[in-house]
Write a protein that binds this ligand. Structure first.
Ligand code: A2R
Length: 325
């Protein structure tokens, strides 16, 4: 029996990619090929898709070229690049990779926070330039005694809060739409108030329409000239033009950014900003964690192929609402 056709919108980590090739006839819809040409050519035969890669969003137009599609297994916890409403309408299952990356993204967040406040990348450049021979190393701001606000207190937000509990901080508080029971951390229902109350604001919410522009100019201004803004969520969550302007004018103190509106080509004005530390969306990007995410993608696809319940359906397409093939 031949393996079922699967359209792949990106390359999985090595071990997961081998498993994918073993169980499916894989059609690649990403550069250097033209993804849309591949979808148009073989889309009609594909019941399976792997998303979350370099081919760009899985739009309604692309989904229309995949009439037999039953499941999209997303490589990543955030699935805002998939047109979820169309999938729900058509009864297409979506799975993602929650939990297996929480510790990695939380580690990245703490590293980015310290790099931003203590300006480690700038100090690294200072040594490499030879400047140390003639000038004392500049001093920086401190994290000690500061107040930290976290926007989003889900799996990753809580992993960040656990790490922060080991630091010497004045307070950790958080903002979500609904408070989380039994957390022992102060909930602030008003986001602008939280930004005003804290020195550091960390954002870790999903992307998509519900969080689009959540971090407004007003939030960033409330954080203020000594404030530190950390975004490990999605570029779409923040008013990026306002972020750029406030960093340039010093009305926002500093930023550590792992995500941008236009990836992988962020607004070049970011490259000129000294008070920002920039990462190329690497929150979960280690060999080990990426393989764990890849293994979960494979497990979800194989479960669907075998008529078993998938492991990690997204909330919009719960197991109960979708009949397996
Ligand atoms: O608002 P709630 O009670 O649904 O709390 C969720 C919060 N959240 C929001 N907070 C404020 N305003 C919003 N409009 C809003 N929408 C969602 O984000 C919850 O505390 C958190 C999401 O938690 P999880 O679903 O467990 O996501 P996880 O695994 O922590 O990942 C978060 C995102 C991913 O979707 C990627 O985009 C990124 O982190 O790496």
């Amino acid at each position: 029996m031949t393996n079922p056709a699967l359209i792949s919108f990106g390359l999985l980590p090595p071990q997961a990619e081998v498993a994918l090739q073993t169980h499916f006839t894989v059609h690649r819809a990403y550069a250097p090929d033209n993804p849309d040409e591949v979808i148009a050519r073989i889309g009609a035969s594909c019941r399976f898709a792997m998303a979350g890669g370099a081919a760009g969003p899985l739009t309604a137009a692309r989904l229309a070229l995949l009439p037999a599609l039953e499941i999209v297994a997303n490589f990543g916890v955030g699935y805002d690049a998939i047109d979820v409403a169309t999938c729900v309408d058509r009864g297409i299952m979506i799975t993602n990779t929650p939990s297996v990356l929480d510790d990695e993204v939380a580690d990245t967040t703490i590293g980015l926070l310290l790099a931003t406040i203590r300006r480690f990348p700038m100090l690294d450049r200072f040594i490499r330039s030879g400047a140390w021979a003639n000038t004392k190393a500049p001093w920086t701001a401190t994290l000690v005694g500061k107040r930290v606000g976290i926007v989003g207190m889900g799996r990753i937000g809580q992993a960040i809060a656990r790490r922060l509990s080991g630091f010497t901080l004045a307070e950790v508080a958080y903002h979500t739409r609904r408070p989380v029971a039994g957390l022992g951390i102060r909930h602030q229902p008003d986001l602008v108030s939280l930004a005003r109350e804290v020195d550091v604001l960390i954002v870790i919410v999903p992307g998509g329409p519900e969080t689009n522009g959540l971090i407004t100019r007003e939030v960033l201004e409330a954080l203020g000239p000594t404030g530190c803004f950390i975004n490990v969520a999605r570029g779409s969550v923040v008013d990026e033009p306002a972020l750029l302007e406030l960093l340039q004018t010093g009305k926002l103190g500093m930023a550590g950014l792992d995500v941008f509106l236009n990836e992988p080509r962020p607004d070049p004005r970011f490259f000129e900003i000294e008070n920002a530390v920039l990462l190329p969306h690497v929150g979960s990007a280690t060999h080990e964690t990426r393989e764990r995410m890849g293994a979960l993608v494979i497990e979800n696809l194989l479960a669907w192929k075998d008529g078993r319940p998938v492991l990690t359906p997204v909330p919009e397409t719960p197991q109960s609402s979708i009949g397996a093939a």
